[in-house]
Ligand binder design. Structure first.
Ligand code: UDP
Ligand code: MG
Length: 322
């Protein structure tokens, strides 16, 4: 091997893996083939996020087959996709780093396109999925969250959901210095980037296995996105609070005057109930929202590690880059 390898490969691919035994064999075949075709030095950092199926065994086999180009980080438990990617970043040594889902929704054959843009000097290559192949509710949900994010956060990305993205070393270093526990990597990277660009890429159906995101975990993830990049929701509540307080002050004055002129009245009780229930709902939502922020502050101040690595499979024969 040439001297370049000793100081790290040109390209690192980071792949989070959580219960993906059904797709891994095909992923290995297509991913290594498309990287070999690029003819640059590369490594693939697989991060096993506490899989309970045969994924680890398959990753070990693949490591044995291609030890020079393969590194496997094994988590001690399930810490979530974004933590897995952060771990991948801290182990990746490449000048360019590309993240990829294991499920082949983003074709590995598109990697060359991203590498091309990174080589041109862009430090963040975002992607826009062409003909997105996901179920309808997922597409509608994404569209709504995309709109909300555009309005209330400083993050400007067209398609936040797609994880196949390219990052230059400078951006990866900045990400590695970020100590946020709950984060959303593409958004964070877009903020750190100085020369971002977006490219359209193909999108396929999940090759096999099932999506790891339920409606619930998707909502949790998107709370990370919104609360992590904006306090507008909290400010909105102070505005709503002010508006309601002003309106009710006017109502009190009006009712006091009526009491003096018309005398005691009892009609319209149900209208009043309606208004009160609505306001209680708004208040509860506000408390919940406050809780989202407070919970994240709590997670942050505890300073527990973002993930715990049980073992790393890597080939040391070339001399490790520190
Ligand atoms: N993933 C992970 N940890 C998790 C959930 C998912 O590492 O807790 C990985 C998963 O193996 C896949 C990627 O994150 O490589 C994206 O997951 P998935 O395809 O299920 O998400 P979707 O495409 O439905 O958004
Ligand atoms: Mg997927």
């Amino acid at each position: 091997m040439n001297a370049l390898v000793a100081v790290g490969p040109k390209l690192s691919i980071v792949v989070p893996v959580y219960n993906e035994e059904a797709v891994l064999p095909t992923l290995f075949k297509r991913l290594y083939a498309s990287l070999d075709a690029l003819q640059i030095s590369f490594e693939i950092v697989f991060v096993n996020d506490g899989s309970k199926d045969r994924s680890v065994a398959l990753l070990r086999e693949q490591f044995a087959r291609r030890p020079r180009e393969t590194r496997v980080v094994l988590f001690h438990a399930n810490f979530g996709q974004h933590s897995a990617i952060m771990a991948g970043f801290s182990y990746a040594r490449g000048e360019f780093v590309i993240t990829l889902d294991a499920d082949l929704q983003n074709p590995p054959e598109e990697i060359g396109k991203l590498v091309g843009k990174l080589a041109e000097g862009y430090d963040y290559v975002g992607t826009i999925r062409q003909q997105r192949q996901d179920v309808l509710w997922r597409r509608m949900f994404s569209r709504a969250i995309n709109k909300l994010r555009e309005r209330i956060t400083p993050v400007r990305i067209t398609d936040q959901g797609c994880m196949m993205r390219g990052y230059a070393r400078s951006v990866v270093n900045a990400l590695n210095h970020t100590r946020e526990i709950n984060t959303f990597i593409p958004a964070l990277a877009a903020l750190y980037a100085m020369r971002p660009i977006e490219v359209p890429i193909a999108h396929e159906e999940r090759h096999a296995g099932q999506s790891k995101y339920s409606m619930y975990s998707l909502i949790r993830l998107n709370f990370d996105l919104i609360t992590g990049f904006s306090v507008v929701p909290l400010q909105l509540f102070s505005m709503v609070g002010m508006a309601v307080a002003t309106l009710s002050a006017l109502l009190v004055v009006y009712l006091a005057v009526r009491r003096l002129i018309v005398g005691p009245e009892a009609e319209g009780v149900f209208t009043l109930f309606g208004v009160v229930f609505f306001l209680i709902g708004v208040a509860l939502f506000g408390i919940g929202l406050l809780g989202e922020y407070v919970g994240r502050i709590y997670a942050q101040v505890r300073e527990r590690p973002r993930y715990i690595v049980e073992a790393v499979l890597e080939d040391d024969s070339e001399g490790r880059f520190q």
